[in-house]
Write a protein that binds this ligand. Structure first.
Ligand code: ZN
Length: 135
């Protein structure tokens, strides 16, 4: 997991398309494999979906509405239990197949970092696993 980059978010619930930066993690000369994209945080997640602005607004509205802002035990510590719970639903990692050295994403798929407790700097790690075999 040698490749990492940071993402700056601007809102409490913010979504950043990192597809191009993830693509940069494919090693030169790579053929077939997989990238694991991982966020090093307990209040952010990474998902694959469509990077369309109205949909991203809907995702924010959806996540906001799923989890009440208040009434959680963890709020006595640092007042962000709702952010942890939203991130828990998203998960901290995703996998992207690599075919012929390129991300094998579907036509409408993008890799999205979802910050549930921004604005912050977030660290994203990307690891490549080679799965090609001699033919
Ligand atoms: Zn916390």
């Amino acid at each position: 997991m040698g490749f990492e980059f940071t993402v700056s978010t601007t809102d409490r619930l913010d979504i950043v398309d990192v597809t191009d930066r993830v693509a940069d993690a494919v090693p030169a000369g790579a053929t077939d494999g997989a990238l694991t994209v991982f966020v090093e945080h307990t209040t952010a997640g990474v998902v694959i979906n469509e990077s369309e602005q109205r949909l991203l607004d809907d995702v924010r509205t959806f996540l906001d509405g799923l989890v009440p802002d208040e009434g959680w035990e963890h709020d006595r510590i640092d007042d962000n239990a709702d952010s942890h719970l939203r991130a828990l639903l998203l998960g901290p990692s995703t996998t992207v197949p690599v075919v012929d050295g390129r991300l094998a994403l579907g036509r409408w798929q993008s890799v999205l970092v979802v910050d549930c407790d921004g604005p912050r700097e977030r660290t994203v790690r990307v690891g490549y696993t080679n799965t090609s075999t001699e033919r």
